[in-house]
Write a protein that binds this ligand. Structure first.
Ligand code: URA
Length: 255
C-alpha cells in the first residue's frame, strides 16, 4: 500500500492530475513517443517541467473528462486568493474537448467571461474563434483555459499571489488533457508557462517543450484587436502549431 502511495505521490510531484485506465490514453502517449524524429517539432529551449505543488490531490480518473471534472470539484467555490473578494461573479474554469490535441491558454477572464462563465467569449474570444477556424479546426475540438480562473477587477494584470494560487489548477488541466500542442496567448500566459520574464515579442516565433507538449507562445487576441498589423506574425505561430500537430494548412475556400 505504501508503494502505491509513494507512486501516486511521485506522479503528483510531476503535476499529473489523473491516471486513466482507458486504453485510448495510453495509445495517445505511446503514439507520441513513437513519432519519428523528422516529425518532431523544433524545440529551441529546455524542457519545462511544471510542478502542480504538494497538497494538490491526486485524481484517479477513467478519462480526461473525469479528471477535469475532479479538478473542477477540487477548485470548488474557490477562496484561495483575494480575487474572490474583488467582485468576481463566478469561476471560469475552461471549455472544449477534454481529448483535445490543441489547447489554448489565456490570461484571465474579462467582463463577458465573468458573466457567462466561459473563457474567451467577448471580442477577443470572437477573434480567437476565427483564429481557430482559420487553422481548419472548430472551437469545440480544442480546449481553452486561462492561467487565472477569476476576473481581476477592472481587468488589471493578475498578481503573483493570484498566480501562485491558480497555476496548480492549470497544470492539472494540462496534465488531464495531455495535449500535443499548447498555444500560450499573450505575455502573461507565455511568461507563466515558460517561467521566464522575456517579453512576448521575444518568446513568440519559438517552440518550447512543456510537460511533453509543444508550447507555442503568440500574441494575445486583445493585443491583435488593438494592433492588427501583428496578425501576420500570429498566423506564423499558428502555422507552427499546425505543423506540430502534424496537420496540413487548410485550403483557402473556393480552391
Ligand atoms: N482574455 C483572456 O485572457 N481570457 C479570456 O477568457 C478572455 C479574455
Amino acid at each position: 500500500m505504501s508503494d502505491l502511495t509513494d507512486h501516486l505521490r511521485f506522479y503528483q510531484d510531476l503535476g499529473v492530475a489523473g491516471v486513466s485506465r482507458d486504453p485510448k490514453w495510453r495509445a495517445r502517449i505511446d503514439s507520441r513517443r513513437e513519432r519519428g524524429a523528422e516529425d518532431q517539432p523544433v524545440r529551441d529551449d529546455a524542457t519545462l517541467v511544471p510542478e502542480a505543488g504538494l497538497g494538490q490531490p491526486v485524481t484517479i480518473a477513467r478519462s480526461a473528462a473525469e479528471a477535469l471534472a475532479a479538478i473542477r470539484e477540487d477548485l470548488g467555490d474557490c477562496t484561495r486568493c483575494k480575487l474572490h473578494t474583488q467582485g468576481r461573479r463566478q469561476i471560469v474554469f475552461g471549455v472544449g474537448s477534454p481529448d483535445a490535441e490543441l489547447m489554448f491558454v489565456g490570461e484571465a477572464p474579462g467582463a463577458d467571461e465573468d458573466v457567462q462563465g466561459i473563457p474567451f467569449v467577448g471580442r477577443a474570444g470572437q477573434l480567437l474563434t476565427k483564429m481557430i477556424e482559420a487553422m481548419g479546426l472548430r472551437r469545440d475540438e480544442v480546449y481553452i483555459a486561462n492561467v487565472i480562473k477569476c476576473r481581476p477587477p477592472g481587468n488589471r494584470n493578475p498578481e503573483p499571489d493570484e498566480i501562485a494560487s491558480c497555476e496548480p489548477f492549470l497544470i492539472r488541466q494540462i496534465a488531464a488533457i495531455n495535449p500535443k500542442v499548447i498555444v500560450a496567448l499573450g505575455a502573461f500566459a507565455a511568461k507563466t508557462l515558460t517561467k521566464t520574464d522575456a517579453p512576448i515579442s521575444r518568446l513568440r516565433g519559438r517552440a518550447f517543450e512543456y510537460a511533453g507538449a509543444t508550447l507555442i507562445p503568440t500574441f494575445h487576441p486583445s493585443f491583435l484587436l488593438r494592433s492588427p498589423g501583428y496578425k501576420r506574425e500570429a498566423w506564423e505561430d499558428l502555422k507552427k502549431a499546425l505543423a506540430a500537430l502534424g496537420r496540413e494548412l487548410p485550403r483557402p475556400a473556393g480552391s
